[in-house]
Design a protein around this ligand. Structure first.
Ligand code: NAP
Length: 287
């Protein structure tokens, strides 16, 4: 890919550690190039100790905007000038815009996930979700689903306290959404899945080095009306998705979410829609 860097080129990028493996530069630079925008997206490996200096440098260098990933998503919050409502509820920031020296933090992870459902013709309002996992991604998704009118969310996680914490946030701030935790026991899960519209895997089971694992091991827990979504995007078809497909379920992988969260960040920085189809075509290549 060739870039024409000019004296007016605006800088965007990603900070976190480790981040060299990220596909975000490919995604954003392809979009900038396609639309002829004088922007570039670079990656900076920043650890906690250097975050304060980095935020100051971003202001000094008039960086247009940037993404934030682990381990900085929470600790950057007090260093920003303003935080959006969803990022406050989620308790982390993945996108920052520099609005004339004022740094405003957003979280596009949950919204990106919802966008990936909508792109498949699935609306959130009134739906019942069962979610596996209660890490950073699960938290963003659960809170966004609740904000967008999900009727019911049931969360199960190896560490139950983390699932309970997400439930408490939703109960306190978005009381219209019914939210609860459940255990791993097959019978309990079967009861929950029977009445669910969408099952979402937000754990890392299914991704290297756990490609052979699945959060659900018995296909009899699934039913043909259930949509099964895995936020893992590599491999494109996890063991869970393969099992769900064999059971006759509609399946959705995590590519839509990663593009969705990136497209929302892109819109925040440039005001423009990301050319999704073009970006998707080459998202895993670097040509
Ligand atoms: P995280 O904060 O580290 O959370 C990991 C989750 O997986 C926790 O719920 C953890 O349970 C669970 N888990 C890990 N190993 C497990 C095991 N052996 N058995 C059962 N549960 C296990 O990570 P995250 O940021 O939420 O990311 C989770 C997954 O989503 C990753 O695979 C990541 O690649 C993917 N992701 C995709 C996107 C996208 O855009 N598509 C975005 C973000 C993340 P405990 O709480 O008990 O530890």
């Amino acid at each position: 890919m060739k870039y024409n860097i000019s004296g007016k080129t605006r800088l965007t990028g990603l900070i976190g550690y480790p981040v060299r493996h990220s596909i975000s530069p490919n995604m954003h630079n392809r979009a900038f190039q396609y639309l002829g925008l004088d922007y570039v997206y670079l990656v900076f490996e920043i650890k906690e100790d250097n975050l304060k200096d980095t935020v100051m440098a971003i202001k000094t260098l008039d960086v247009a905007g940037f993404n934030v990933t682990m381990p900085l998503k929470q600790i950057i919050m007090p260093l920003l000038d303003e935080i959006s409502k969803e990022a406050q509820l989620i308790g982390s920031v993945n996108t920052v815009i520099n609005d004339n020296g004022k740094l405003i933090g957003h979280n596009t992870d949950g919204k990106g996930y919802v966008k990936s459902l909508e792109d498949e013709g699935i609306t959130v309002e009134g739906k019942r979700f069962v979610m596996a996992g209660a890490g950073g991604a699960a938290r963003s998704i659960a809170i966004q689903l609740a904000l967008d009118g999900a009727q019911e969310i049931t969360i199960f996680n190896r560490t139950l306290d983390k699932a309970k914490e997400i439930c408490e946030i939703i109960n306190k701030n978005i009381p219209n959404c019914k939210v609860m935790t459940t255990g791993y026991e097959e019978n309990q899960l079967k009861q929950q899945l029977k009445k669910a519209d969408v099952l979402i895997n937000c754990t890392s089971l299914g991704m290297a080095p756990h490609e052979e694992k699945s959060i659900i091991t018995n296909p009899e827990l699934l039913h043909t009306d259930l949509i099964v979504s895995d936020i893992i995007y590599f491999p494109a078809k996890t063991k869970l998705l393969q099992m769900a497909e064999d059971a006759g379920c509609k399946v959705i992988n995590g590519v839509g979410m990663i593009i969705g969260q990136g497209a929302l960040a892109f819109k925040i920085w440039t005001g423009l829609d990301m050319p999704i189809d073009y970006v998707k075509e080459g998202i895993f290549s670097n040509k």
